[in-house]
Design a protein around this ligand. Structure first.
Ligand SMILES: *[C@@H]1O[C@H](CO)[C@@H](O)[C@H](O)[C@H]1NC(C)=O
Ligand SMILES: *[C@@H]1O[C@H](CO)[C@@H](O)[C@H](O)[C@H]1NC(C)=O
Ligand SMILES: *[C@@H]1O[C@H](CO)[C@@H](O)[C@H](O)[C@H]1NC(C)=O
Ligand SMILES: *[C@@H]1O[C@H](CO)[C@@H](O)[C@H](O)[C@H]1NC(C)=O
Ligand SMILES: *[C@@H]1O[C@H](CO)[C@@H](O)[C@H](O)[C@H]1NC(C)=O
Ligand SMILES: *[C@@H]1O[C@H](CO)[C@@H](O)[C@H](O)[C@H]1NC(C)=O
Ligand SMILES: *[C@@H]1O[C@H](CO)[C@@H](O)[C@H](O)[C@H]1NC(C)=O
Ligand SMILES: *[C@@H]1O[C@H](CO)[C@@H](O)[C@H](O)[C@H]1NC(C)=O
Ligand SMILES: *[C@@H]1O[C@H](CO)[C@@H](O)[C@H](O)[C@H]1NC(C)=O
Ligand SMILES: *[C@@H]1O[C@H](CO)[C@@H](O)[C@H](O)[C@H]1NC(C)=O
Length: 491
């Protein structure tokens, strides 16, 4: 399969190279300073995979790139999403100053690529068969002045880069409605505070959170399937940049595939099924009751390991407001029965298969024993988790939490061990587990959505490597970030 993919890619490269050789001044997939496109025109990539043109929704005109060989326009990128052009005599063109711009008839700018480029005779914007629009001097992807792949809007297609910071777009932003490309409420990207998880936000609030990266996966479990198609979402760090990119494997690089954040806030991995003439959703989040952020309140555990999701408290904890909890309002979460002693009398409750809590802090260079010691030696520390990380120079990943534990879930498979700090007297009878004791549980009133078919292949969110671990100096035990520490001088 690998070889096949390679061959296909090589073939594509050869084809595109050949095509480039025969390009004279303005190929069908190019915009030049002399040849802008008008609202009724499109340009099409060499093999016909993608088209660029104006998308007209009730008279509002947006410059978009879409899959060209799929019946209904599936838009993957929008230029002027928040500034629709209303002038049917407008154009998308390369200006004298070297900008790609959406302009009305009078020359007013609705969107611009903000590039600075000396416009020469060969300056062009070229739509490639990967769906990338490249502005440059020679029509190739080498050293482009600007390229659409650096600025994803609401989808990530193979090759696009969703950056964390630096000069790239850092989040996918949903549409406002099914056919309204304006920026909606939802966004999706790498958590800028921890860089160890992926988040969907609704406005400023966390809407859905992935598992914490453990060196292998962000999904909590390695999800493997029988299917021929897998997608690998990688987080890549170079000297200058950190970004998410995604590579389909096994389905052939030609199969249209994408991650898309829909206007209802669902992040979906989809693959085009030619036989069905439709997109198949391979993976999407949120999907189940426990995916709702902080479903069971602070220190509450959303247990999705059984047939019905349950809210429960760790042993040593009890519902903060028993009456509300029993009535199905878990928002108050759980509280400790006994305060921590803050001396040698504290220990840890080991809880398995956990989605680790949010607001984590990373301690550099601490092995498992040091990780526990770090937590014990600080009165505010309420839990720790340790993982061996592969792929980096520094194999340890010690996480600690201060204060309440948020957005906890216990999953059926995968997850990680979480060590929750308890006062010694509460540890007497506990070996492990999330204290499923009597009425601390409560069935979630929502039934799990029927998983229509196990045949749906599960996507993999997988960070193949994260060199950050190897690049930081080893001798420091500083957090990589401190915003959530109640007292920054603690560590
Ligand atoms: C674009 O197409 C519409 C409808 O087909 C037509 O009314 C309009 O005149 C065309 N505009 C241009 C600039 O060709
Ligand atoms: C855009 O669509 C509207 C109808 O929704 C139509 O009246 C108008 O002519 C279209 N504009 C162009 C430029 O095609
Ligand atoms: C270009 O720059 C202007 C002004 O700084 C900004 O408002 C606009 O969003 C930028 N456009 C893009 C595509 O980054
Ligand atoms: C553009 O082409 C003209 C005539 O073909 C030539 O005189 C000029 O030097 C060229 N400019 C550049 C920047 O290549
Ligand atoms: C980002 O932009 C700055 C200034 O605009 C530039 O110096 C830097 O090289 C750019 N970084 C990357 C990775 O392109
Ligand atoms: C995978 O395929 C094998 C043989 O084709 C089958 O026995 C097995 O049940 C399949 N497993 C899943 C999870 O579909
Ligand atoms: C395509 O799939 C969606 C759900 O994934 C479904 O609602 C829709 O009806 C399907 N369309 C066709 C033409 O099969
Ligand atoms: C295409 O659009 C039509 C009409 O809106 C719809 O019935 C059909 O399901 C769509 N097909 C796909 C593949 O989405
Ligand atoms: C980490 O690796 C060490 C040595 O390879 C092993 O002893 C330990 O059990 C591992 N710990 C975890 C949490 O995987
Ligand atoms: C521990 O278990 C014993 C018997 O199994 C029971 O009598 C005792 O009350 C328990 N202690 C706590 C603190 O739960």
């Amino acid at each position: 399969m690998e070889n096949l993919n390679l061959q296909i890619s090589i073939t594509i490269i050869i084809i595109s190279t050949l095509q480039l050789l025969f390009i004279s001044t303005a190929a069908d997939n190019q915009i030049t300073p002399q040849k802008p496109i008008t609202v009724n025109q499109t340009i099409v990539s060499p093999a016909g995979n993608f088209a660029l043109g104006f998308f007209n929704t009730s008279g509002d005109l947006y410059v978009c790139i879409w899959y060209n060989n799929i019946p209904n326009k599936t838009i993957i990128w929008v230029a002027n999403r928040d500034t629709p052009l209303k002038d049917p005599a407008g154009v998308f063109s390369i200006t004298k100053s070297g900008y790609l711009a959406v302009l009305d008839n009078k020359g007013n700018t609705y969107w611009s690529s903000n590039t600075s480029l000396v416009v020469g005779n060969k300056t062009s914007a070229t739509l490639s068969d990967t769906g990338n629009l490249v502005l440059g001097e020679d029509g190739t992807d080498n050293n482009p002045a600007w390229q659409s792949f650096d600025y994803p809007t609401h989808t990530v297609v193979p090759g696009m880069r969703l950056g964390l910071d630096f000069n790239h777009s850092n989040k996918l932003v949903s549409w406002k409605g099914a056919s309204d490309p304006n920026s909606g409420d939802f966004s999706f990207g790498i958590d800028p505070l921890t860089r160890l998880q992926i988040i969907t936000w609704r406005g400023g609030e966390t809407y859905w959170r992935s598992h914490v990266w453990n060196g292998k996966s962000l999904s909590g479990a390695r999800e493997t399937t029988n299917g021929s198609f897998q997608s690998v979402l990688r987080v890549v760090q170079t000297n200058q940049d950190i970004y998410i990119t995604f590579t389909p494997t096994g389905g052939g690089s030609i199969t249209p595939a994408m991650y898309a954040l829909d206007y209802k806030g669902s992040i979906k991995m989809m693959v085009w099924q030619e036989t069905l003439k439709n997109w198949t959703v391979i993976w999407s989040r949120p999907r189940k009751p426990c995916d709702v952020y902080n479903r069971c309140g602070p220190n509450g555990v959303c247990d999705s390991s059984g047939p019905v999701a349950v809210c429960k408290c760790f042993s040593g904890f009890e519902p903060k407001n028993r009456i509300a909890w029993d009535a199905g309002d878990w928002s108050g979460g759980c509280a400790r029965r006994k305060d921590l002693s803050c001396d040698a009398g504290d220990g840890f409750l080991r809880s398995e298969r956990m989605k680790l809590p949010d607001r984590l802090a990373l301690i550099q260079g601490a092995d498992m024993a040091a990780c526990e010691t770090e937590c014990l030696s600080n009165c505010g520390c309420t839990a720790y988790a340790y993982a061996n990380v592969t792929g980096g120079g520094n194999p340890t990943r010690c996480l600690v939490w201060v204060g309440d534990l948020l957005d906890l879930e216990q999953v059926a498979q995968g997850g990680e061990e979480l060590h929750v700090r308890l006062v010694a007297s509460e540890l007497v009878n506990t070996t492990q587990g999330s204290g499923s004791s009597h009425n601390n549980k409560h069935l979630l009133a929502i039934t799990l959505p029927t998983v229509a078919s196990v045949l749906f292949l599960l996507g993999i969110l997988s960070c193949l490597f994260w060199r950050r671990f190897g690049q930081q100096s080893k001798n420091s035990t500083m957090f990589s970030f401190t915003p959530y520490l109640e007292s920054p001088k603690l560590y």
